[in-house]
Design a protein around this ligand. Structure first.
Ligand SMILES: *Cc1c(COP(=O)(O)O)cnc(C)c1O
Length: 383
C-alpha cells in the first residue's frame, strides 16, 4: 500500500477501535423537524434550526429573489467585487438588532472566529478562553500566535486568578467565551466576565452562535434577563436560528473597520452567495417582528427537562451526558428505534468520558412528541 493510504487507513482503524469513527449520513430535511435517513422518517432533535426558518416561505423566497437579482455566487472577495448590495442592508439590520454601532458579515461562524481573534490578539497578546469554548474559537486563538490560557468552565474566580498572574506580561488581553455553550446549553456569566475584564484592562468576546434568535428575546445572550450587557466583541452565525449561512461580528465602528482591513478570512475568501445574505435579512425581519416566537425553543426545552427530571434548560440545547462513547451510540440508536433523531456527540467535540446525546429543541416541535421523548429518556436512558 502507498504510504499515504497506509497512513490514512491506520488512523481510521484506530478511530474505529475507539468508537470515535464518524460517517456522513445522507439526510433529507423535509420541513425542518422531520427528517429522512436510511429510509426512515425521524423527528429530529439534532438540528440547530431553532426557529425552523430554513424552511420558512418568506426566507426561501428571499433567497430565490436574491439569486434572480444578483446571481448564484458573489464572484470575488467582498474587498474586490463580491460586496453585493444586500450586505449593507444585512449589516445595518444586524447592528440595529444587537444594538451595536456596526457589524461585519463573514463567510461562516468558523471563518468569523478564525478571522476576528488574530486581528485583535497578536504575538504579544494574551487570550483567556473558557475551556468549553467552540473548536473554531481555538482555531482563532491558535492563528493569533498569542498566548492561550484556558479557564475552568464558567469559573470567573479562575479567570480572575489567571489575569492577576499573567495580564501584566502582555500588551493586551481578551477573554473569549461561548455565550450559550454549544454542547452543554448553559450560559456564560457575561456580566461577571465584563466586570472582571474592566478591572484588568481586558476585552471580552462572546460567541453567540446558539444565542441569537433564541435567548434574550431573540437578541442573544448579552440581552438575557432584559439587560444589555456591554460585551464589546460579539460574534455569531447566520447558520443556526437565522436559518441561512454565514457569520457576523457586531462591535464598535473602529473595530468593524479594522476587520474589513485586516481579517484574513474576510479579505482572502469569496463573499457569500447573495441567496444566503437575502435569506438572513428575511429571517431577521421575522425574528424582530415576533419575539414571542423566539422564546418557543427554550420553552420546549424547559418543558422537556422538567418532565424528564433533568436540570432546568437555559437554552434550546439539552445535554444528556452518558460518558462512554459506545454506550452513547447505543442510546442514540435506542431513540432512533422510537422515531427520534438524537445524534451522539463524542470526543474530541466533548471532553473524553463525557460522550452525550445532545438534544436541540425547536419552535415547531409538537408538544406531545416532546412529552413522549421526555418519558422515554426518563425511563430508558436515565434509569
Ligand atoms: C456552529 C458554531 C460556530 C460555527 O458557525 P458556522 O456558521 O456553522 O461556521 C461557531 N461557534 C459556535 C459556538 C458554534 O456552535
Amino acid at each position: 500500500m502507498h504510504s499515504l493510504d497506509a497512513f490514512a487507513q491506520d488512523k481510521l482503524d484506530d478511530l474505529k477501535r475507539r468508537h470515535l469513527y464518524r460517517a456522513l449520513n445522507e439526510t433529507v430535511r423535509e420541513d425542518g423537524i422531520w427528517i429522512e435517513r436510511n429510509g426512515r422518517k425521524l423527528l429530529s432533535f439534532s438540528c440547530n434550526d431553532y426557529l425552523n426558518l430554513t424552511q420558512h416561505p418568506a426566507v426561501k423566497q428571499a433567497a430565490i429573489s436574491a439569486i434572480e437579482e444578483y446571481g448564484a455566487g458573489s464572484g470575488a472577495s467582498r474587498l474586490v467585487t463580491g460586496n453585493h448590495p444586500l450586505y449593507a442592508k444585512l449589516e445595518s439590520r444586524l447592528a440595529r438588532f444587537k444594538r451595536a454601532e456596526a457589524a461585519c458579515v463573514f463567510g461562516s461562524g468558523y471563518l468569523a472566529n478564525a478571522g476576528i481573534i488574530p486581528v485583535l490578539v497578536g504575538r504579544n497578546g494574551l487570550v483567556v478562553v473558557d475551556e468549553l469554548s467552540h473548536a473554531c474559537i481555538y482555531a482563532g486563538t491558535h492563528l493569533s500566535r498569542g498566548t492561550v490560557i484556558t479557564f475552568r468552565h464558567n469559573d470567573v474566580t479562575h479567570a480572575r486568578e489567571l489575569l492577576a498572574t499573567h495580564r501584566g506580561s502582555y500588551n493586551h488581553a481578551m477573554i473569549v467565551t461561548d455565550g450559550v455553550f454549544s454542547m452543554d446549553g448553559d450560559l456564560a456569566p457575561l456580566p461577571e466576565l465584563v466586570a472582571l475584564a474592566e478591572n484588568y484592562d481586558t476585552w471580552v468576546m462572546s460567541d453567540d452562535a446558539h444565542g441569537l434568535g433564541v435567548v434574550g428575546g431573540g437578541r442573544g445572550s448579552s440581552f438575557v434577563g432584559n439587560s444589555d450587557i456591554p460585551v464589546p466583541v460579539q460574534m455569531g452565525t447566520l447558520s443556526k436560528a437565522i436559518g441561512s449561512y454565514g457569520g457576523y461580528l457586531c462591535a464598535s465602528a473602529p473595530v468593524i473597520e479594522l476587520m474589513r482591513n485586516r481579517a484574513r478570512t474576510l479579505i482572502y475568501s469569496t463573499g457569500l452567495p447573495p441567496a444566503c445574505v437575502g435569506a438572513a435579512i428575511a429571517a431577521l425581519d421575522l425574528i424582530e417582528r415576533e419575539p414571542s416566537y423566539a422564546a418557543e425553543p427554550v420553552r420546549k426545552a424547559k418543558a422537556f427537562t422538567q418532565r424528564a427530571g433533568l436540570p432546568d434548560a437555559q437554552s434550546p440545547i439539552v445535554p444528556i451526558v452518558i460518558g462512554d462513547e459506545e454506550i452513547a451510540l447505543r442510546k442514540s440508536r435506542l431513540l432512533e428505534d422510537e422515531g427520534f433523531l438524537a445524534v451522539a456527540i463524542r470526543p474530541p467535540t466533548v471532553k473524553p468520558g463525557t460522550a452525550r446525546l445532545r438534544l436541540t429543541f425547536t419552535a415547531q416541535h409538537p408538544d406531545d412528541q416532546v412529552e413522549r421523548l421526555a418519558d422515554i429518556v426518563r425511563e430508558k436512558i436515565l434509569a
